[in-house]
Design a protein around this ligand. Structure first.
Ligand code: HEM
Length: 403
């Protein structure tokens, strides 16, 4: 009898064990992660060049990897298939943003109105709709053609007036042209109408990009004590607040004056925003978002394109031929753009090698599965666009600027 009892217990125990093992096998796991030793060896590189270090780790551990740094779990996607799965297939679950807790306190009144940093809620959808229909939509793009052409003509004229041999800071010239374009579209005035110079704006925008971690991955958010140990960058949320207020302060007088005048007729973007019933804070934060997002991306892309063209004189001369054939002594106009195929190819190649946003920082709003792996709710999900453009499985000579 006792034997029979022992056999039954053993049998039940084996059944439970089998059940648990099966459960564990069928349960999706986290994506593979580098060993602690590998992480320790790469810590310094991760702090200084996160996009290339993460690309290097992906080559050994696969295109979807998980990193646990401090309390935070981060999933990194480094191939076009994993990126598509995050940005398209699972966009609803993975379109959140992670904000470091210390910022949430100091930047109240900023983050919740920001298109870049707020979670995708009703207000975010409303602001995005306004931006896409009233500034970036096809109808508006067509209506604003003359303003963009005017700004380009002014930029070219300014460059032609330079003395031969004079050094030109391409980044500064393009940045000021973009900023002046946005001033015209938003406020119907030139850059001189705002309370700061072009170089002051550029300095503050860069500082904000650095402070807010727009690069997508900041070690100091995960393991602050290690960063202190290695003497890494300092993330001071108070400075973010100071810079945000200084930049917004350069135009907030225009916004409140326009509101008190009872504008809302839709003659420029500010009028449209006032007519949409947005608060002054909402308008100012939205303007900060688009000024930074619109100027920095164009400036870095053109700087990289110019430096690749200087490094590749053959490409430069092919591009010159393309431009001369199409323009035929005419003044450059946007209607010429569809015929400039080689220019398009050069810009695409610049985006491939030097994406203006090398790491896209997202966050899992809900748990979901990605390529058979588990993505837990709340973890950070980063798409490494820099690694995707240089993926040796996709590109023959990934590091070459193809001609
Ligand atoms: C070279 C041109 C540009 C490139 C390559 C570019 C690229 C990007 C990328 C990669 C993102 C992040 C998407 C994500 O996290 O999934 C983004 C977001 C954003 N961009 Fe741009 N962008 C460009 C120009 C502009 C311009 C001209 C504006 C505004 C006038 C703008 C406004 C925004 C805003 C507001 C966001 C955040 C909200 C959102 O995700 O929709 N961008 N951009």
């Amino acid at each position: 009898m006792e034997n029979y009892y022992n056999y039954s217990l053993c049998f039940i125990f084996i059944l439970i064990l089998l059940f648990l093992t099966k459960q564990n096998k069928s349960k999706p796991k986290l994506p593979p992660s580098p060993s602690l030793w590998t992480m320790a060896c790469n810590l310094r590189a991760l702090m200084h060049a996160p996009h290339s270090t993460l690309a290097h780790l992906a080559r050994t551990h696969g295109p979807l990897l998980s990193l646990r740094l401090g309390h935070h779990l981060t999933i990194i996607a480094s191939s076009s298939i994993t990126a598509e799965s995050i940005l398209k297939t699972n966009d609803r679950d993975l379109s959140g943003r992670v904000i470091h807790p210390s910022y949430q306190y100091n930047l109240r009144g900023f983050i919740e109105h920001s298109l870049v940093w707020s979670q995708p809620n009703d207000q975010w959808r409303k602001l995005r709709r306004i931006l896409h229909s009233e500034l970036l939509g096809q109808r508006m793009m067509k209506a604003q053609t003359w303003i963009r052409e005017k700004k380009v003509v002014e930029m070219v004229k300014g460059l032609k007036e330079r003395k031969e041999g004079e050094v030109v800071d391409v980044g500064q010239v393009v940045f000021e042209t973009m900023l002046s374009l946005f001033c015209e579209l938003v406020f119907s005035c030139g850059l001189e109408g705002l309370g700061m110079s072009g170089s002051e704006f550029k300095k503050d925008f860069w500082r904000l990009l650095e402070l807010m971690g727009m690069g997508g991955f900041k070690m100091e958010d995960h393991v602050p004590f290690l960063v202190k140990l290695f003497g890494g960058g300092k993330r001071d949320s108070d400075s973010v607040e100071v810079v945000v207020n200084r930049v917004i302060g350069s135009w907030e007088g225009i916004v409140s004056k326009r509101r008190s005048m009872g504008s809302g007729s839709g003659s420029d973007f500010l009028d449209i925003l006032l007519g949409c019933g947005l608060s002054e804070r909402q308008i100012n934060v939205l303007l900060l978002d688009i000024l930074i997002a619109g100027t920095d991306t164009a400036t870095t892309t053109i700087e990289w394109a110019m430096s690749e063209l200087i490094k590749h004189p053959e490409t430069m001369s092919k591009l010159n031929q393309d431009l001369q054939q199409v323009l035929l002594q005419e003044q450059e106009q946007e209607s010429h753009l569809p015929q400039l195929h080689y220019l398009h190819a050069c810009i695409k190649e610049t985006f491939r090698l030097h994406p203006p946003a090398p790491l896209l920082p997202h966050c899992a709003l809900e748990s979901c599965q990605l390529m058979g792996y588990k993505i837990p709710k709340g973890c950070q999900v980063i798409v490494n666009t820099w690694a995707i453009g240089r993926d040796p499985k996709v590109w023959k000579d990934p590091l070459e600027f193809l001609q």
